[in-house]
Design a protein around this ligand. Structure first.
Ligand SMILES: Nc1ncnc2c1ncn2[C@@H]1O[C@H](COP(=O)(O)OP(=O)(O)O)[C@@H](O)[C@H]1O
Ligand SMILES: [Mg+2]
Length: 214
């Protein structure tokens, strides 16, 4: 089973993935947790290029780097793990490309669809948890986590985080459109709820989906 988490930076993906992985392991699942971009030696190198804050990268260059990283992750790690019957949890997958490079950077959505199909070999998650939060609030969380003042110019933010509020507003709208187009795959959860409450909702949803399958 492939489970993915989506949402803007600061929504609580990493927090929930950690809890879900622990829960599933305790339930006897073999769990593999991976993040995008990254997850293989080559993909982690691409991650460094993408997030290093002093790099200027064109939108198309950014798209292709994310896609290259994804292609490596899917073919080298995700598909083999799924074939072995493991549960794979991904911190971001191709919906992030639609939201960030499509809605955020303004690249053509049809072109993105083609590239996503190429880089994933059309691999689709069984379920995608979307943690919904307003960009303003999510960024306040991120900044306070790093004990930084609310300023996008800050050197300690990564390249994506420095993209500014307008960018994040477009990304947020992108996610809403993506979910509307494919409601069956997504479970959207209000990320302002407590950590435990969100975790309980995720577990309940997964149990329901697993029951529906058997
Ligand atoms: N439900 C929540 N309510 C309040 N704060 C949260 C919640 N979930 C996560 N956080 C905090 O918000 C920050 C961002 O969470 P994180 O899990 O790193 O988000 P992401 O991985 O989506 O960027 C962290 O400081 C985390 O402790
Ligand atoms: Mg995270």
């Amino acid at each position: 089973m492939l489970i993915t988490f989506e949402g803007i930076d600061g929504a609580g993906k990493s927090t929930q993935i950690k809890k879900l992985a622990a829960y599933l392991k305790q339930e006897g699942h073999e769990v593999l947790t991976l993040r995008e971009p990254g997850g293989t030696e080559v993909a982690e190198k691409i991650r460094l290029i993408l997030l290093e804050s002093r790099h200027e990268i064109s939108p198309v260059g950014e798209l292709l780097l994310f896609s290259a990283s994804r292609a490596e992750l899917v073919s080298e790690v995700v598909r083999p793990a799924l074939a072995e019957g493991r549960t794979v949890i991904l911190d971001r997958f191709f919906d992030s490309t639609t939201a960030y490079q499509g809605y955020g950077r303004g690249l053509d959505l049809n072109m993105l669809r083609t590239l996503i199909a190429i880089s994933t070999g059309a691999l689709t998650p069984d379920i995608t948890f979307y943690l919904d939060i307003l960009p303003e609030e999510a960024l306040i969380r991120k900044f306070s986590e790093k004990s930084l003042p609310l300023a996008f110019e800050n050197e300690e933010l990564d390249r994506m985080e420095r993209s500014g509020l307008e960018f994040y507003r477009n990304v947020h709208q992108g996610y809403l459109d993506i979910i509307e187009a494919e409601p069956g795959r997504f479970k959207s959860i209000n990320a302002r709820h407590g950590v435990q409450e969100i975790h309980a909702c995720i577990v309940k949803t997964l149990k329901e989906r697993l029951q529906d399958r058997s």
